[in-house]
Design a protein around this ligand. Structure first.
Ligand SMILES: [Zn+2]
Length: 338
C-alpha cells in the first residue's frame, strides 16, 4: 500500500483566510441550532467505521455530542441527524451559501494551484496506473466550483458526471460534464463507473455504510474510488481535540481514524491501494490555536516545538507526521474487489 509524503510550503491563510473561516463557523453554529439539533429528530448510532458499540462521550459541539469509538478511535456524532436532514441543511443553510458564494470564490485561485492541481494529478496518474481503460468518472458532492473545470479537462475519461444537488449549476455553463442534481441515494441507475471521487464527503454523511455500498454498486469490477477526509488520528486533532477549529458538525459528523477506515473499506468490499496523510498544516493549526489561547493545555513537548524550535525542525516534524500517517489530512485510494 502506498504512502505519499509531500514537501510543500505555503501558509494555510493563503487557502482559508482566518476571518472568513470564523464567519463560516459562526454561521454554521447558528444553522446547526436551527436546522439539525432538535433532539427528537436525532438517532443514536454505533461507530460508522468499524461498527463497534463501545463508545465514550468525547465532547459536545454546537449542541451535538461527539463519541469516541473504543475500538478504532473514530470520532463521530451520536445521536445524529439523518442524510435527508443533512441534505436539507446543505440546501438551505446560510453557512453553505456563504461557503459557495464567498469563501470558496475568494480562495479559488490559491486552492486551484495548491490543492486542486495536485489532487487531480493524483487521480489521473493513479487511474492510468490501476485502471488504464477507465471511461466514466463520477464525482459525488464536491463543494468546489474549480473541481468542475478541472474534471472537465480530464481527457482520459469519455464521460464525466457530477452527482450534486447542492451547487447551483447550470448545464449550459459546463457542457463537458453531465450534471445530475440529486442526492447520491436517489441515483441507483448509474453503474459500470470506472472512477468515483468523494472529496470530504464521508466526513458529513450520516449513513456511511449505505454510501460505501452505493459506491460499490456503481463501480465496475476493479473500479477506483478516491477519497479525502480529516482524520481523528492526526496530530492536530489529537492535540487540540474539541478545540480543533475544523472539527465541528455537520461538516465533520464523522472524523475517522486510519484504523477505522481500513475496517470500513474491508466491510464494503474494497481493497486499499493508498492511504496517505500528506497534510502540511497540523503543526500550524496547533500554533495558531496556541497564539489565540496562550494558556491552552497542550503537551509540554508540543509547546516547546512550536515556541522554541526553528522552521527547519518544524518542517521535519510535519514530514515525519506524513511518513507515519499521523497528519489529519487523509487521501485514500480504494479499489472494488473483483
Ligand atoms: Zn470504530
Amino acid at each position: 500500500m502506498k504512502n505519499i509524503v509531500i514537501n510543500d510550503q505555503y501558509d494555510q491563510l493563503d487557502l482559508k483566510p482566518s476571518q472568513l473561516i470564523e464567519r463560516y463557523i459562526s454561521l454554521t453554529q447558528r444553522d446547526v441550532g436551527k436546522i439539525l439539533a432538535d433532539p427528537a429528530q436525532l438517532s443514536v448510532c454505533h461507530c460508522p467505521a468499524c461498527g463497534a458499540t463501545e463508545k465514550q462521550q468525547a465532547f459536545v459541539k454546537f449542541s451535538l455530542t461527539y463519541q469516541e469509538c473504543q475500538h478504532c478511535r473514530t470520532l463521530y456524532v451520536s445521536p445524529r441527524p439523518n442524510d435527508t436532514m443533512l441534505n436539507d441543511y446543505y440546501l438551505k443553510s446560510d453557512a453553505r451559501a456563504f461557503w459557495c458564494n464567498e469563501l470558496s470564490q475568494l480562495t479559488d485561485k490559491k486552492r486551484k494551484e495548491k490543492v486542486i492541481k495536485p489532487r487531480f494529478q493524483w487521480i489521473l496518474e493513479s487511474t492510468r496506473e490501476y485502471f488504464p481503460n477507465a471511461k466514466t468518472w463520477v464525482d459525488i458532492n464536491t463543494s468546489q466550483y474549480s473541481y468542475i473545470d478541472a474534471m472537465a479537462d480530464a481527457d482520459i475519461f469519455e464521460n464525466k458526471i457530477l452527482l450534486n444537488p447542492y451547487l447551483p449549476l447550470e448545464p449550459q455553463d459546463y457542457p463537458r460534464v453531465a450534471i445530475v442534481k440529486k442526492p447520491w441515494w436517489e441515483e441507483p441507475a448509474i453503474d459500470q463507473v470506472s472512477v468515483i471521487s468523494l472529496f470530504e464527503v464521508i466526513d458529513h454523511t450520516a449513513d456511511v455504510g449505505r454510501l460505501m455500498a452505493t459506491v460499490n454498486a456503481m463501480l465496475s469490477k476493479g473500479g477506483l474510488c478516491f477519497l479525502t477526509a480529516i482524520l481523528s488520528s492526526g496530530f492536530d486533532i489529537q492535540t487540540l481535540w474539541e478545540q480543533a477549529e475544523n472539527l465541528h458538525p455537520p461538516d465533520r459528523l464523522n472524523c475517522f481514524s486510519v484504523k477505522g477506515l481500513h475496517a470500513l473499506f474491508e466491510k464494503y468490499g474494497f481493497e486499499c491501494l493508498e492511504l496517505s496523510t500528506p497534510g502540511i498544516f497540523d503543526l500550524e493549526f496547533v500554533a495558531k490555536k496556541l497564539k489565540e489561547q496562550p494558556c491552552l493545555n497542550v503537551p509540554r513537548f508540543v509547546r516547546d516545538l512550536i515556541e522554541r524550535k526553528d522552521e527547519e525542525t518544524k518542517r521535519a516534524f510535519q514530514e515525519f507526521l506524513q511518513s507515519a500517517c499521523m497528519s489529519s489530512y487523509g487521501r485514500i485510494l480504494i479499489r472494488k474487489k473483483g
